[in-house]
Design a binder for this molecule. Structure first.
Ligand code: ATP
Length: 344
């Protein structure tokens, strides 16, 4: 049996249809990334799971039991939000102990559980500090410990690292993965950051304009995007409006077929470096950007079409130079489906 099952979930705010017929299942212990642009409906889905918002239609089941009518406090859910929301006048120890105190857990048991969580979240030695004496990353770890203390069945994380510096955020992603693996708790993680979702989640659900566009492992979604939206939202790509103009592909692409090209499936160089020139495009180098670990080269091919190429070495190319571009692989799309094609 699946831990979480959602069937045909719908939510309107007035006449606005914010969540449209969303259905999915989550296996116990999995970490799911809810990914999509701002306003897509991610938080609304999370709030309906938690019971803070009620759906207009559809069912929510935990371990096969319908929970639509259960109040939030009876759903066994732990929360972590982006803005810490720690109790300012309480120490780290008291913050973590809060949920257990409310449940009238005996003192000795509270102490044992808090110390266990302090250890688990790497906060040993910080028990007596107040939130203002902690860094943003430490505060967020306290928020995780506090959410986990009452042993919830499900953990809901709404952009938990959004307010944290890039470097620490990176460390926290790895930390979160390890934590969830050790605790083995089913978790849903809302983010609009594709790198974060790809790195952290067992599975990603891409949400756009209230619809679930695709659900799958990060690799599957990257490798085989199901819709043009998913393809353009996850990973870097160039969209070519008319796929039949691409050189080297045996495509019988009719009108309305577009192509998506990822930088890693492109080779680029001077004319003499290619033998099968008929399978290449002619382009002009426009821009070179250094991004810290790699170079991105933008090349204009055809009419105003910019294709991006990625290189680990500093390219010897210069803006304005003419080059050849070999596209090894492309994804083609029309309104109904998507399929992959290889250069001959
Ligand atoms: P973000 O990443 O910006 O948080 P999101 O994907 O979580 O976005 P939601 O917060 O679920 O999106 O919002 C979905 C849509 O529903 C938005 O257009 C939002 O304006 C609207 N909405 C959300 N809550 C309410 C509400 N209480 N009343 C009216 N409209 C709402």
């Amino acid at each position: 049996m699946q831990h979480v099952e959602v069937r045909n979930l719908n939510k309107h705010f007035g006449s606005f249809h914010a969540v449209k017929d969303v259905s999915f299942e989550i296996a116990k212990g999995h970490l799911i990334g809810l990914l999509g642009p701002s306003g897509g409906g991610k938080t609304s889905i999370l709030r309906m799971l938690s019971g803070l918002e009620s759906p207009d239609g559809g069912d929510i089941l935990f371990h096969g039991q319908r929970v639509n009518d259960l109040p939030p406090q009876e759903r066994g859910i732990g929360f972590v939000f982006q803005n810490y929301a720690l109790f300012k006048h309480m120490t780290v120890f008291e913050n973590i102990a809060f949920g257990l105190k409310i449940k009238k857990t005996p003192k000795a048991q509270i102490r044992e559980r808090v110390m266990e969580l302090v250890e688990l979240t790497g906060l040993k030695g910080f028990e007596k500090r107040y939130p203002h004496q902690l860094s943003g990353g430490q505060r967020q770890r306290v928020a995780f410990a506090r959410a986990l203390a009452p042993e919830p069945q499900l953990l809901l994380l709404d952009e938990p690292f959004a307010a944290i510096d890039a470097k620490i955020r990176q460390e926290l992603r790895t930390w979160l993965r390890d934590l969830i693996e050790r605790v083995g708790i089913t978790s849903i993680f809302v983010t609009h950051d594709q790198d974060e979702a790809i790195e952290v989640a067992d599975e990603i659900m891409v949400i756009n304009q209230g619809r679930l566009e695709q659900k799958g492992t990060p690799w599957d979604i990257y490798k085989s995007p199901g819709t043009p939206f998913v393809a353009s939202f996850i990973g870097e790509s160039t969209i070519v409006e008319d796929a039949s103009t691409l050189k080297g592909f045996d495509t019988t692409a009719g009108p309305g077929v577009r192509a998506l090209i990822r930088p890693e499936y492109i080779e680029m160089g001077y004319d003499h470096e290619f033998t099968l020139r008929s399978a290449t495009e002619t382009g002009t180098v426009r821009h070179l950007h250094f991004r810290g670990s790699e170079w991105m080269v933008e090349v204009e091919v055809g009419s105003n079409r910019l294709i991006t190429y990625r290189s680990l070495e500093k390219p010897t190319l210069h803006p304005g130079e003419e080059v050849r571009v070999l596209i090894h692989r492309a994804y083609l799309f029309n309104d109904e489906s998507s399929w992959m094609v290889e250069n001959r």
